[in-house]
Design a protein around this ligand. Sequence first.
Ligand code: GAP
Length: 486
Amino acid sequence: MTKSMDTIVSLCKRRGFIFPSSEIYGGLKGFWDYGPLGVELKRNVREAWWQDMITNHNERKVLEGAADAFSMVGLETSIVMHPQVWKAVGHYDLFHDLMIDCRECKARFRADHVPTSQCPRKPSKPPGEHKECQLTEPREFNLMFKTIIGALSGEEGTAFLRPETAQGMFVNFKNVVDSSRVKIPFGIAQIGKSFRNEITPRNFTFRSREFEQMEMEFFCHPDQSRQWYEYWRNRRFQWYINLGITSDNLILRDHDPNELSHYSVGTADVEYAFPFLPEGEYGELEGIAHRGDFDLRSHMEGKLVRDGDDLVVEQDEHGQPTHRGSGKDLSYFNDQTRERFVPHVIEPAAGADRATLAFLCEAYCEDEQPDDKGKPQTRVLMRLHPQLAPVKAAVFPLIKKEGMPELAADLYGELKAAGITSVYDQQGAIGRRYRRQDEIGTPFCITIDGETTSDGTVTIRDRDSLQQDRIPLSETVTEIARRLRG
Ligand code: GAP
């Protein structure tokens, strides 16, 4: 089935997954709001990531010598950081895209989105406009949003909204080592908002100006960094597969050397075949980067630049550092081997919004099912992984009498009390109620009918197989919890 992005976007709006930000004022390009279902879905995506990285991570496997015998801790750092952070790691000077303006229609484009010397808007303009397209030369545009701290104006009070959460982990490296009992290798994970003043936000939430990242910095000995890089590349790819992305739609692509960021000595992207892309093209969901010791050393010494294979502190024409680091010692001392070194870092950096969008696109499908009168009808369904589905169970009384609503309401209450996100629906024909739940990805629908009142059983209907099983009402909550665990 070919999926249309327009259909998915319209379902997201209609059913309350994602709305344009400030829509009543015409929206704001590059900003999005998550509706009642979207907020649950995105929370589940974040939770699945946090569980995998932190909650379910068992560092005591060290005793068994397992591959994941290392500590993982979480962090939540501020969005506005000391401006020197961005100078020391190069974002202040280097975090830019090249932009091109059309002198005719004043539109602005990212240079890599302008394949020819013509304005990309030209074909859609009425004849007469764009007679002689005039594009400017590419110019640098820094993607960091500026803000002013306190009452100070000008350069003195200028700060930036973070363009990545990663630096929060680097500047706190020493704090974490000193305050917890972690030993290298270990990871620090964070989920939080990041901001980039993208020149051309596009493709729904894929390229936004405000978005959420799920990043982890894994600190290890330089001699073991290659091996950990391989480990995280493979583990992160598998995370998406485990949550329902089919391997046909997902690739792990190694960057060419000329694509690497200024800090990276190796990066691989997890990429998804989004429906807005031409067949055979993929969009980035996550980058797994081998950052070497670039960030910790930059925060110690100042802005580092490449000189052949080495990283050296950038100097101005007077031989002075262009930007200073903190001057603090961010090296690590291994008290068993008595070795002091600056750790290398492997960074899996994922986007919560892009992952959510990929799960939505992957889940969307249509099939033919008979309606209440037996006539074939197209059924729209979201085959979301049960762990991600915003609603886990729906409870329906077959009819609004004979004690069924009361039993259904009690069951609904029990499901909620057990922490299972559920809905209660008694409106309309049962078939329509199923369709409403299929369209938002609810994995299980429970119906209270005439038999419930006589023999105390209910039906559980499975969204994907459509199989209906009859089980005792008293065991329903346990059974739903069991099915959700998989
Ligand atoms: N700390 C490294 C870093 O930030 P990145 O590849 O620039 O690396 C990581 O960003 C992830 O953040 C991307 O793979 C993507 O999922 C998400 N991301 C980046 N820019 C985004 C944007 N403008 N809109 C939505 N998500 C974005």
